[in-house]
Structures are given as structure tokens and as C-alpha cells.
Design a protein around this ligand. Structure first.
Ligand SMILES: Nc1nc2c(ncn2[C@@H]2O[C@H](COP(=O)(O)OP(=O)(O)OP(=O)(O)O)[C@@H](O)[C@H]2O)c(=O)[nH]1
Ligand SMILES: [Mg+2]
Length: 202
């Protein structure tokens, strides 16, 4: 649900990074925040516990391109992955325009990934929304770790819906795959908002 301010000619779009605890959602936003020039970003807000686990959410506003005379602003959010913060996860999903599922590639985290994906589907249902309707990509993070499962396997387990979505391999702490992920999901969101995307952009 984009929020359009006609007076200021601004369109706000919300992208949520979802996934199990410690999969690297906050690491994605930290890297994006580090790399973007000041003109394109606002302050990053992180509400975390003492050990850096997200307690409410992270928030990073990013201003992107002009499309048909409108300045598009992406508001990037992460959810807290820990199981017991589900009310917060659900709230963060309100009005979402695009989703990134950040999976932890390690074999031993497979079950948490599956549970988180199921939890995402359940929470979207509360808003009468679904992964079939939303712009959505998957990121397989922590590819640098020795116990990372093969991509084919992860794809088989986590990306087997009728509509297979784009996926990215990532090492969020080093930035690998971070902007590929963000650019793709933003493009998908814009295509949804503006039909064929950027036709007519100045
Ligand atoms: N080796 C490695 N470590 C990573 C990678 N991405 C994130 N980490 C580390 O994993 C830990 C958790 O990362 P976060 O980004 O805080 O995870 P999160 O998904 O936000 O976790 P919650 O806030 O609890 O949901 C941190 O210590 C990160 O430095 C990666 O690609 N490779
Ligand atoms: Mg976090």
C-alpha cells in the first residue's frame, strides 16, 4: 500500500526484510546505510536489545529515482526474527509493498527458515495479503560460512511456490548481494506501482 503525497510529489514505498533470527536482516540495512551517499538516505533507526538482536525493527529511509515527476522513497524495515516477537513482526508488515526473505544458508538453520517463511505467510493472511501477490525476492545469506547448504537445495525447500521468485546469494556483512537484492525488489515494486516501471521517467 504505497502512500502518495500529491502536494509534495512524493511516493513512499515500504520494503520489509523478513526471516529468522540472526539470518542477517539488520546486516543488510547496515550495509546499505554505509554505502549510500548522504543525499539519498535518512537516519537509520535501530531498536535492538543489548546483544544487537532487533527488538522492534530497524528503519532506513532511502530516496531513489524520479518516476513520472514523483520522487520515490523506499522505507526499508527489518522485523525481529526471534520467535516470541510475532506481534511486532505482524505490525511491521502492515502496508508492505515489497518483501525480502533473508534466509540463513547454514544447514542447521533450515528448520528456522521454513518456520519463518510459514510465519510470514500466516501474518500476511491477517492482512488478506499473500506472497503470490506481493513483489517478493529471496536472499540466501551467509554464503561465506563452511556449512552453507547448496543453493539448489535451499531453492527446493524455500522457493517452490507456483511462482518462483528471484533469489540472490549474499554475504550481507561484506555487502555481497545486498544491492542486487534491493535493486531487484525495488524494481518489482515500481513495476507494480507504475505499470511498466519507468516509462516516462524524466
Ligand atoms: N559470516 C557471516 N555473518 C553474518 C552475515 N550476515 C550477518 N552476519 C552476522 O550474523 C549476526 C546476526 O546478524 P543480524 O543482521 O543482526 O541478524 P538479524 O536477522 O537482524 O537478527 P534478528 O534481529 O535477531 O532478527 C551478526 O553477528 C552479523 O554480523 C554473513 O553473510 N556472513
Ligand atoms: Mg535484526
Amino acid at each position: 500500500m504505497s502512500v502518495i503525497n500529491h502536494a509534495e510529489k512524493v511516493i513512499n514505498l515500504k520494503i520489509v526484510y523478513y526471516g529468522p533470527g540472526v539470518s542477517g536482516k539488520t546486516a543488510n540495512l547496515l550495509y546499505i546505510h554505509r554505502c549510500l551517499p548522504h543525499a539519498n538516505k535518512g537516519n537509520m533507526i535501530s531498536l535492538a536489545t543489548g546483544d544487537d538482536r532487533t527488538m522492534f525493527f530497524d528503519f532506513l529511509p532511502v530516496s531513489a529515482l524520479m518516476v513520472r515527476g514523483f520522487e520515490t522513497r523506499f522505507q526499508l524495515y527489518t522485523v525481529p526474527g526471534q520467535v516470541h516477537y510475532n506481534m511486532t513482526r505482524r505490525l511491521v508488515l502492515r502496508g508492505v509493498d515489497g518483501l525480502v526473505f533473508v534466509a540463513d544458508s547454514q544447514f542447521e538453520r533450515l528448520r528456522e527458515n521454513v518456520e519463518s517463511l510459514r510465519n510470514l505467510e500466516e501474518n500476511l493472511r491477517e492482512y488478506e495479503n499473500s506472497l503470490d501477490e506481493l513483489p517478493y525476492v529471496v536472499q540466501y545469506n551467509k554464503r561465506d560460512l563452511p556449512n552453507a547448504a547448496p543453493i539448489d537445495y535451499l531453492e527446493y525447500v524455500l522457493n517452490r511456490r507456483a511462482r518462483r521468485v528471484p533469489f540472490f546469494e549474499a554475504v550481507a556483512t561484506d555487502g555481497k548481494g545486498v544491492f542486487d537484492t534491493l535493486n531487484t525488489v525495488s524494481r518489482m515494486v515500481l513495476a507494480g506501482e507504475f505499470g511498466d516501471g519507468q516509462k516516462g521517467a524524466p
